[in-house]
Structure formats: structure tokens, C-alpha cells
Design a protein around this ligand. Sequence first.
Ligand code: PMP
Length: 407
Amino acid sequence: ALSLDVAALRRDFPILHQTVGDKPLCYLDNAATSQKPRAVIEAVERYYRQDNANIHRGVHTLAERATAAYESARERIAGFLNAAHNEEVVFLRGTTEAINLVAQSWARPRLQPGDEVLITELEHHSNIVPWQLVCEQTGATLRAVEVNEAGELDLDSFEAAIARRPRLFAVGHVSNALGTINPLSHLIQRAHAHGVPVLVDGAQATPHLAVDVQALGCDFYAFSGHKMYGPTGIGALWARRELLEEMPPWQGGGEMIKMVSIDRSIWNDVPHKFEAGTPNIAGAIGLAAAADYIESVGIEAIAAREDELLSHATEALNDLGGIRIIGTSEKKAAVVSFVVEGVHPHDLGTILDSEGVAIRAGHHCAMPLMEKLGLVATARASMAFYNTKEEIDTLATALQKAKNILG
Ligand code: PMP
């Protein structure tokens, strides 16, 4: 029941059926952004064709329809995350904006000199820099749990750091640079045992794993629509309602108020308090369509398929020789980060592109991780369920070619 009709599913993604140069596109950069199925493209198009209006204030039919569609998208995303309440979902630009919101609205008023914020060496810059900013603003100190050679969190380092009772632990669910899936339930339980709230950067998890915020027991969960087959410019922060209610607004403007006079304003209820200005209405609708799409394919089937692709890619690269895979955890999403002896990842990326193969080369917005691993950059192939073993074989053939030219 877990096997997918990949040929049929690929037809849902118009962009996949093209050539680059004269080669069939082989898109293996899904961790950067995933492609969009027809259902998402059409949901956005339908909204602009039929329902477009500004929301929450209009008395006319289109405004009512647009408002209903936007709020039902919120309900859809609450369901997708198994949130207890729809109001716990704040629509934002994506993971980056969600983490900045928590840093500025939740953490900033609470942090004092001597306090610590704990992150990890695996984090994406968007789960590092917002904490550097707020530590700078408040005099708090930023610390990071260490990673080991396999690209996993060092649990002794974590225990020592969490026992210092930082004010917050901010951790990625799945590493974009290496694919490592962190033992999140364990980390959250241990953090809570020390009274430490936990923010999860779920950017790489929502496309690959079932996320249940109540079962996880985290306090904040941030993610981006574009990594999970939805549009760019939309994502969400989920947070427990009590936390959102305690937090002051971060940006001021329309929509986020109940009453404004020149002297003062009264904030709107959660979550509208955090959605100043006209939101990305079409994006939210597209994101809800992406959640529907994932559900229709089945997240368990997606994970099983991606695991198969990961094994195939790991084997294919190991068979080539002269390639070192970076990130060897037993628990990984479908990401293979690697270096080829004597070849700069950027040169590799360019040669692969001439073979139609799209991968990423660079520091993957994880410069502290690269530094820890003694690297400047890696090449990264990241798979989605719609990728095929043949595409991975094309990657391997192209890599062999690149090695012959550059090695
Ligand atoms: N965290 C992780 C783990 C990511 O992979 C990304 C996107 N590369 C982000 C955060 C930032 O997401 P966005 O750029 O959509 O805000």
C-alpha cells in the first residue's frame, strides 16, 4: 500500500517535463525548494480568477469569499499539524519570519544579561541569526549543542547545555545541509524536564514526515510552504495559544488591531495580532492545497519512497569512489551531501547543470556546521518522492563525467 505510482504522480508536476539545454531536467534540489503540483497552481489561479478581494473588512461577496478561503486555509494547516486550535496558526512569509517573530516578540522581553539561548551547530542561518540579534539586544548569550562526525547532535553536549537552563532551545527537526533527522521527542522531553521551552524549525520536516505538534509537545513550530509543494512567500508559525496570547505584536498596521486612536491601540485577537497588513491570501490558499495534496499522496508513502531514493543515491555515490558523503546518520531525510576529492562543489554543480542535473553547491546556509566539519562547501542532492532511480543514475553518470573532467 506504500508504493506510489510515481509516473502518474510526476504528471501532477508540469515543470518536471522539460529539457535543460538538450537534456531532460533532473531536479534534485528539493531541499532548496520543491516543485508545485497542478492542484496548488490551480488553487492559486482559481483564487485570483474568481475570488480575489481583501479580507476581514469587506461587506461584499468577493471579500466574504476571500476571507472564508483564507480562514479555511488556516483551519487546514491547523489540521495538518494536529494543532488543538485554529488560532494557533499564524500565517507568515515562512520559517525565517516565524523564527524572527518568536525571537523579537517572545524572547526579547524575557531575556536578560546572563540568560542563555540554546541552538545547535546543525542549524540553518535562519535559526541562528535571529537569536544572535536578540542576544545582542538583550545581553543574553547564545550557545550551541555540538554535532558529531556523523552530523548528529551530540547528546552529552545537549544534556550539559540544557542543564544550564537556557531560556529557550531552538532546534531544527531535519537538517537541510545533511538530512539528519533529530530525535525531537527526546530533545523536547529533556528540555521540558528542565523547564526549557522548545522552538522547532520544521522547514525540512513538513515535506517528509508527519508532524503532530501535540504529540511532539513542542512550544513553537515554524515551517515554509515552498518546501512542501506550496507557494513561496507563505509559511506559518504554530505556537500554543497561551504563548501567543502573552506575546506583544511585532509589527503594527492594519488587521492587527481592534481599535486605534492617536494615543493608543487595542490589539486584535490571536492570531490576527501577528498578521499586520494585507496577508499573502493566495499563498495561504495554495499552502492549504499543498497540505491536501500531501495528504492525498500519503505522508507515510512519501517518506517510504524518499527512503528508497536515499538508499539508492547513497549506494550509487559510494560505488563511484572518490566521493565522501557528509552526514551519515541512520535517520536521514532524502538528502545526500557530499564532496568529491579534488573538485570544488561549485564546479561540480556547473558541470552537472550542463547534464540537466540540478543540485546545490555551497554552505547551505549552515556556515557554522561547515566550519565544524572542516569544509567550506558541499554538493547536495535532495530528493522528493517524484524523483526516480533513473534520475539518480543520471546524477551518478554526470558525476563520473565531472570527475573525469575536473579530477
Ligand atoms: N530552516 C531550514 C532547515 C531550511 O532548510 C530553510 C530553507 N532553506 C529555512 C530554515 C529557511 O526557510 P525560508 O527561507 O523559507 O524562510
